[in-house]
Design a protein around this ligand. Structure first.
Ligand SMILES: [Zn+2]
Length: 455
């Protein structure tokens, strides 16, 4: 038998292996992890990456990004979005079905999205399909063509992406259960949110606090309660997207006894408060919105206790102009914050360094668990023999401050601008190839591959 030739070794790093942090060398052959050995013991391959003093993590699997491609290249595209991902230590992205044109709600539109990503992506990718009002019968066909999971909204999500009214969601979840599809849900109660917004607008109230009032915690909780009950009664696998409240995490924890439910939150809900939104303005506007400082800290308790399954970026791009409408009204500002590039350093800084989150827990939240949920594990999300050699090398001692020119996504705005970070990504590997070398992108557009998942 001929041994596969190890072509690259990553040596002397502190490796986040399934057993915990270990000093180890990693051998890579044919894009996969071919050897894991005690530090300093592996023979060098053709190429050696010295990771002395560095953390070597499974590359992040960001299961919630909006790259707007095809459709709105002024906001983002796969070239820029995946470049920013690579620079942020993200080796796999899972792109959402809305905010591009056309929205991915049919086999046809899925094929267009696949083509756009295939031409431009520099990291691996998978695609969400949409569960909207008229496509319940098409979900399984979309799954067969590569949609890895399905996204639904309980509230307005744009005219091209009809939200799933309760009857549609119920039928959609029943269909999803039949084929074992995962459905991710954006939870805000449409009737309450829209009527609160209408009331504020008609009274001429256009400020930050008016926006927060229309998206008060009760609007999120009402929708979560409905969705969890539907998950229980249909038996479908349901993922609650971007939870902002510890009460949501508690409800999911209770529901796990009777339903197949998981929950995610995002870095911005763990870092920024309502006061920060008031200070920063539109750049941090998103829905559901950021909450009080007290809520932020309580959400960290949920994360540290293991009650949260996933942290994703919900990278939602826009132009600078869309964040600064001429009206000055908060209602008219684009909703969605950019964060695919900053997620890992933000969580390392605010979680690992400041709040005692373990590196092992961080890896579970941003790599292993999302890979499992998307049916990509153990190909992605773990450093073990046979897995794709998707590695993020992070210098834990580096301190740096975010400046616009560092951002590789299309529009150089970020709620993190000017923030000081601890921990810097010095390299990202996808299937053994360095795609980001600490300075720039070293992969060709189109080198990323479509992942279909397996359940
Ligand atoms: Zn989103």
């Amino acid at each position: 038998m001929i041994e596969r030739q190890v072509s690259c070794t990553v040596v002397n790093g502190l490796v986040a292996a399934p057993s915990g942090l270990v000093e180890a060398d990693i051998g890579i052959a044919d894009g996969k992890i071919a050897a894991l050995a005690a530090g300093g013991t592996l023979d060098a391959g053709e190429r050696v990456i010295d990771a002395a003093g560095m953390l070597v993590l499974p590359a992040v699997v960001d299961m919630h990004v909006h790259f707007n491609d095809p459709g709105f290249p002024d906001r983002e595209d796969f070239a820029h979005g995946t470049a920013a991902a690579a620079a942020g230590g993200v080796g796999t992205v899972v792109d959402m079905p809305l905010s591009g044109a056309p929205a991915v709600t049919s086999v046809e539109s899925l094929e267009l999205k696949k083509r756009a990503a295939a031409e431009r992506a520099v990291v691996d990718y998978a695609l969400w399909g949409g569960l909207v009002d008229d496509n319940v019968a098409e979900l399984q066909a979309m799954r067969e063509r590569g949609a890895i999971a399905f996204k639904a909204f309980t509230c307005f999500a744009g005219s091209d992406f009809p939200y799933a009214r309760p009857d549609v969601l119920f039928r959609g979840l029943a269909e999803a259960e039949k084929h074992d599809l995962l459905v991710g849900v954006h939870c805000e109660d449409e009737a309450l949110t829209s009527s609160l917004e209408r009331a504020a607008r008609s009274a001429g109230r256009t400020g930050v606090r008016d926006f927060l009032g229309a998206h008060a915690p009760v609007t999120e909780l009402l929708a979560v309660d409905m969705v969890l009950e539907m998950a229980r009664s249909t038996g479908a696998r349901v993922h609650i997207c971007h939870a902002t409240l510890p009460e949501v995490i508690d409800r999911v924890s209770r529901a796990r006894r009777e339903a197949r439910v998981t929950v995610e939150t995002c870095p911005h809900y763990l870092i920024f408060s309502e006061d920060d939104l008031e200070r920063l303005g539109g750049v941090l506007k998103c829905t559901p919105p950021v909450r009080t400082r007290e809520t932020v800290e309580a959400l960290w308790d949920c994360v540290r206790s293991g009650s949260v399954d996933v942290i994703s970026s919900d990278h939602s791009p826009s132009t600078v102009a869309q964040k600064n409408p001429a009206s000055g009204s908060f209602w008219d500002m684009w909703g969605g914050a950019q964060g695919v590039q900053t997620m890992l350093p933000a969580l390392f800084t605010h979680g690992v360094r400041r709040r005692g989150l373990s590196v092992e827990m961080l890896v579970r939240l941003v790599s292993e668990n999302p890979a499992r949920l998307m049916g990509l594990y153990p190909r992605k999300g773990v450093i073990r023999i046979g897995s794709d050699a998707d590695l993020t090398i992070l210098d834990p001692s580096a301190r740096w401050t975010l400046a616009p020119e560092m951002l590789l996504h299309k529009n150089k705005h970020s709620p993190y601008m000017g923030m000081e970070f601890e921990g810097r990504v010095t390299a990202t590997l996808v299937r053994g190839a360095v795609v980001f070398d600490g300075r720039g992108i070293t992969a060709d557009p189109g080198s990323g591959r479509l992942l279909r998942g397996s359940f």
